[in-house]
Design a protein around this ligand. Structure first.
Ligand code: NAD
Ligand code: TDX
Length: 334
């Protein structure tokens, strides 16, 4: 089976490539990635002789048409993925997340190729801290940021291409991922690498916002479960019952790294900051039989810390530029 993985040099896509090659000998992989600031081709170095890395844009129709015409399956991870960046400059989010997805859909439509669309729980907006509800496949879309609204738009394009043109697609909306090889701009790697660099972790707002954490390998196993067994045209929510507030995450990182639990700073809140995300993944579990392997968040976090400690060469080159970008707008509040 020939698989085209877009965004395969980014965090989740690269983990998908590594895990797929380790577990599925029948699969050959080609990666299409623009190699933006978020990519790190070093992640793919261990499998460089088994993966063809094509540097290019998912919105390049001629290139995408050629690559899609030569594959059995497209798994579309490529995106501009960081909310804070989308507040500073939404334009690339519209280009990659909307025009890029449209371009892929036209190619899979023309070549009648199976397509799996990677999306996020952020399309559903947010929940109050005391709301017992969780997101399901029927929750109404209500995105808050330029990032999440372009992801929501991309999901709707997929649904329309399924219904109008009979494209063979599935969609998954996953909660917050953590694990090895995540860019240091994101919350967990930023705080781990801050502590490893002797810098205090930075908590937005009051630190009470809740995210529903899932290990990247569990996400990627769920993606294969949906590709193997999912119903065409359906959406599946992926989550591992991992709700934790941000302050607890930072305190756990500090504790695991032998620092006082209060050795962090509160900083300016993110504009429009979503309060809470929570996934109900009953459909995926009951219909397709998926279960997460990482059910102990603290243990998964400890393993992730070990990875960042052992792989400073991987993250150090990006760290200073990321912190300089944050420092331009971030003020310590208490
Ligand atoms: P990432 O930012 O780490 O990686 C994105 C990759 O896409 C990078 O390698 C980048 O170079 C590539 N890319 C960007 N623009 C491109 C373009 N125009 N053409 C080709 N390649 C391009 O992102 P991630 O965290 O790995 O997220 C991957 C996917 O998973 C995204 O679709 C994201 O919305 C979704 N998602 C992420 C999370 C999470 O917690 N990180 C949760 C749910 C869903
Ligand atoms: O320094 C920080 N301090 C802080 O308190 C950073 C970078 C973040 N935060 C907070 C904001 C969020 O409440 O931590 C939480 C997680 O932040 P991010 O890592 O930026 O993730 P989030 O905005 O929740 O979005 C992530 O999950 C869903 C991914 O970046 C998206 O691509 C995915 O769709």
């Amino acid at each position: 089976m020939r698989v085209l993985v877009t965004g395969g040099a980014g965090f989740i896509g690269a983990n998908f490539v590594l895990r797929t090659l380790a577990t599925r000998p029948e699969v050959t992989i080609r990666v299409l990635d623009k190699l933006t600031y978020a990519a790190n081709p070093e992640t793919l170095a261990p499998v460089a002789d088994r993966v063809e890395l094509v540097e290019g844009d998912v919105a390049d129709a001629a290139l995408v048409d050629r690559l899609v015409g030569d594959t059995d399956l497209v798994v579309h991870f490529a995106a501009e993925s960081h909310n804070d960046n989308s507040l500073a400059d939404p334009s690339v989010f519209v280009h990659t997340n909307l025009v890029g997805t449209y371009t892929l859909l036209e190619a899979v439509r023309a070549h009648r190729v199976r397509y799996h669309h990677i999306s996020t729980d952020e399309v559903y907006g947010d929940l109050d801290l005391d709301d017992p509800a969780r997101f399901t496949e029927t929750t109404a879309y209500n995105p808050s940021s330029p990032y999440s609204s372009t992801k929501a738009g991309s999901d709707l394009l997929v649904r329309a291409w399924v219904r109008s043109f009979g494209v063979a697609a599935t969609i998954s909306n996953c909660s917050n991922n953590y694990g090895p090889c995540q860019h240091v701009e994101k919350f967990i790697p930023r705080q781990i690498t801050n502590v490893l660099s002797g810098v205090r972790p930075k908590l937005y707002g009051d630190g009470r916002n809740v995210r529903d954490w899932i290990h990247v390998d569990d996400h990627n196993d769920a993606v294969w479960t949906i590709i193997d067994k999912g119903r065409i045209g359906e959406t599946y929510l992926i989550g591992a019952d991992g709700e934790v507030d941000n302050r607890t995450v930072v305190e756990t990182i500090l504790e695991l790294l032998g620092q006082p639990k209060d050795a962090f700073d509160f900083v300016t809140d993110r504009p429009g900051h979503d309060r809470r995300y929570a996934i109900d993944s009953t459909r995926l579990r009951t219909e397709l039989g998926w279960r997460p392997e990482y059910v102990d968040f603290r243990a998964g976090l400890a393993a992730t810390i070990d990875w960042y400690r052992a792989n400073a060469d991987w993250w150090r080159p990006a760290k200073d530029a990321v912190e300089a970008r944050y420092a331009a707008t971030e003020k310590i509040t208490r």
